[in-house]
Structure formats: structure tokens, C-alpha cells
Design a protein around this ligand. Structure first.
Ligand code: NAI
Ligand code: MG
Length: 351
């Protein structure tokens, strides 16, 4: 029987609640499938751990993580630690250190879920976010700290290799979808160097994919198109910052942040990839038992797909959709169900 080594990093806030739910569902699925099993190791890296030890990832931590088949991540972010410290302390060192340059974020209105858009049931998108450089390259600094002439720079970094590989990945993914349609999103009217190069490389790569239909949109116009003409969109490729923002919008338009999954992929498989719900720690509902676990179940399905278990991945999606269709919804979707009730219902479907 195939064994997959999974590193679970529940992290902060509702992270531990949804990761526990996700692991429970994965366990039930593996048992009923019979063809594979999971060997799960928990890592306590979180903001509490940081406050106690002074670091999120201990010495040798990334080396250890490298030995796993996949990383199942909850959320990081605490009211006691500045967000830029927690993000750069835990999530970014993993995503960037493991060259998980392709961040895949599907958005779809699940059965039984109502989009806030009229006509929004037509949402079926995949947003691909460049996940290793761009606006989140960490390039910049602060000078004259605390003085009236204090200066800060935040430099975006776009490399030809980095841009070309994300475009190629996006074309390959778009090609597998029924619509075979890829929209390029940038802001190359106002930002004339990195963004213009990004556009140029897109159209160079496009020549190798004549079967994929392309179009382009500036990021500001894309927000209105997502709201007003959702049916004209299929696959989107955008830079780190733009796709981060667009995918939160996509999640809200498809019903809730609580259902949106993501995969941080290292497509060459030199390093493990990381799977996480796109939402954060959700302080407002932490500990109340009402966090929506659907995003994490969908994330688990993406992880199964990546691990080479497409049938199990499809079964997970089917179980999710069967349960959402019954209107057993957590409060973020307008229902009264708890995390435990939704988890139990999904596990029943998986048995
Ligand atoms: P958030 O995603 O934590 O919450 C935004 C809103 O969505 C809240 O009202 C929350 O209750 C709701 N929500 C999120 N997930 C939900 C779920 N599964 N079920 C039901 N409702 C859900 O974003 P926010 O408030 O901007 O950030 C809170 C903290 O999380 C911050 O420290 C932030 O830095 C961190 N964060 C971490 C992320 C990560 O680990 N990848 C991503 C986004 C934020
Ligand atoms: Mg985000």
C-alpha cells in the first residue's frame, strides 16, 4: 500500500480547527479507499510558538519538511504578532524556500451555495498566482528610521525565468480545462517595466499554445469584469499581489472565503508542495466551532490530486458537493451548522 508522508502545520486561529477536520476526512477517505494511507506528522509552528521561542521555524526545520510528500497548512497570523512578521516567519519561507512558484486558486459556486452576484452561479474560474517573486520578493528597505526624512522602498522583482515558467504553467493548466481560455492580468499601463515584460513574455509563450484562447485585462478592469461578466472568465494568470487580491474577491463572489482552497505548487517536484485554505486565522470566530471546513476539504482534494490519487480527489469533491447541496452550512454561508457537523456529514459521504 502506498504511504504518503504529510506534514501538518495547523498554525494560528481557526487553522488548528480546520486542519483537524481536514485530516479526519482524509483518514476516512484513505480507509475506505484501501489503496493508500497517510503518515501525518504535526508541526507546532505558530505564533504562540514564536512568542515562546523567538522563531516560527526552528533550525533545521525546512530541511526536515523537505522529506515529506506534501504540506497541509492551516493559517498564520495573530493579534499578538505584526502580520508582516508572522507571514515572513512561517508561510513565505516555506513557499519561497521550496520554490512553490505556482499558486493555484480555483473558484466555483458549489451546489447549494448562493453567490452574492445575480447570475453568479456561472463562476468557474482558476486563478494562477505567481508565488515566488514580483511584489512579494521582499526587496526593499527603510532608511532614516524615525526621522522626518524616513524613506521606504518596496521593489517588485520580475525575472524572465520566473515570468516564463508561470506563464507556461498557466497555459498548460488552461489547456486541461473545457474552455481553454486564459486571461492575462497586469497593470502594464502604469507600471512600464516589470509588467510590460510580463505581458511580452505571455505572448511569446502563447505561440506554443495555439489551442488556448487568450485575452488580457488590466487588474482594475478585471475586478469589474469578475462582478459584471463572470461568465466571460475561465483561467487567469496574474502577479503575486494582483492574484492575491483577485482570489479573495473570487472567493467572496463564489459564496465565502470559508470554501476557497489553494495549492502552492513546486511543479518540478524538487520540493514538497503546500496545500492550504486561502483564508487566514479568522480571529472573530476562533474557538467558536463554526469555522467552515469546506475550504480545507477542497484543499485536501487538491493535495490528493497532486499526490497522484485523482479518483480519491474526485470522491472528496463529490462528498463536499453532496453536503453543500443539503444546505448544511456554517454561518459564513448563512447556515447554523458547526464545523463538527459539516465534518461528520462529509465523512459519512466518504465512508
Ligand atoms: P481572514 O481570512 O482570517 O478572515 C476574514 C473574514 O472571513 C473573517 O470575518 C472570518 O471570520 C471569515 N472567514 C475566514 N475563514 C473562514 C472560515 N473557514 N469559515 C468561516 N468564516 C471564515 O482574514 P483577515 O481577517 O484579513 O486576517 C486575519 C489574520 O489571518 C491576519 O493575521 C492575517 O495576516 C492572517 N492571514 C493569513 C493567511 C494565511 O495564513 N495564508 C491568509 C490571510 C490572512
Ligand atoms: Mg490573500
Amino acid at each position: 500500500m502506498k504511504t504518503y508522508k504529510i506534514a501538518a502545520i495547523p498554525g494560528d486561529g481557526i487553522g488548528p480547527e480546520v486542519i483537524a477536520a481536514g485530516l479526519e476526512a482524509l483518514e476516512v477517505l484513505a480507509k475506505s479507499d484501501g489503496g493508500f494511507r497517510f503518515d501525518v506528522e504535526h508541526f507546532p509552528w505558530s505564533s504562540d510558538y514564536y512568542l515562546k521561542n523567538g522563531f516560527y521555524i526552528p533550525e533545521g526545520g525546512l530541511e526536515k519538511l523537505k522529506t515529506f510528500d506534501a504540506i497541509f497548512f492551516g493559517a498564520v497570523g495573530s493579534q499578538e504578532v505584526p502580520d508582516h512578521v508572522s507571514l515572513w516567519g512561517l508561510r513565505l519561507p516555506i513557499a519561497q524556500g521550496f520554490d512553490q512558484y505556482a499558486n493555484v486558486r480555483p473558484a466555483r459556486v458549489l451546489p447549494g451555495v448562493t453567490s452574492p452576484l445575480t447570475g453568479g452561479q456561472e463562476i468557474d474560474w482558476v486563478i494562477i498566482r505567481e508565488n515566488s517573486e514580483g511584489e512579494y520578493a521582499g526587496n526593499g528597505g527603510r532608511t532614516h528610521r524615525g526621522l522626518p526624512i524616513e524613506t521606504a522602498t518596496e521593489t517588485s522583482v520580475f525575472t524572465r525565468a520566473g515570468v516564463e515558467r508561470i506563464h507556461r504553467f498557466s497555459f498548460e493548466l488552461a489547456r486541461t480545462r473545457p474552455a481553454k481560455h486564459l486571461t492575462l492580468v497586469t497593470k502594464s499601463n502604469a507600471q512600464r517595466f516589470g509588467m510590460v515584460m510580463w505581458d511580452e513574455i505571455f505572448f511569446e509563450v502563447a505561440k506554443d499554445y495555439p489551442d488556448v484562447r487568450t485575452d488580457r485585462e488590466l487588474v482594475d478592469a478585471m475586478t469589474t469584469r469578475m462582478v459584471l461578466k463572470p461568465q466571460t472568465i475561465d483561467t487567469i494568470v496574474a502577479t503575486n499581489l494582483h492574484a492575491d487580491i483577485l482570489s479573495d474577491l473570487a472567493a467572496a463572489l463564489s459564496g465565502s472565503l470559508g470554501i476557497a482552497p489553494t495549492a502552492n505548487l513546486n511543479p518540478e517536484r524538487q520540493f514538497p508542495s503546500m496545500f492550504e485554505p486561502i483564508h487566514g486565522s479568522a480571529f472573530d470566530i476562533t474557538g467558536k466551532g463554526v469555522a467552515n471546513p469546506i475550504a480545507t476539504f477542497w484543499t485536501a482534494s487538491m493535495m490528493l490530486e497532486h499526490l497522484g490519487q485523482p479518483a480519491a480527489a474526485a470522491r472528496m469533491m463529490k462528498a463536499i458537493e453532496t453536503v453543500t447541496a443539503t444546505k448544511l452550512h456554517t454561518p459564513d454561508l448563512g447556515g447554523k451548522a458547526t464545523t463538527a457537523q459539516v465534518t461528520k456529514a462529509v465523512c459519512e459521504q466518504l465512508k
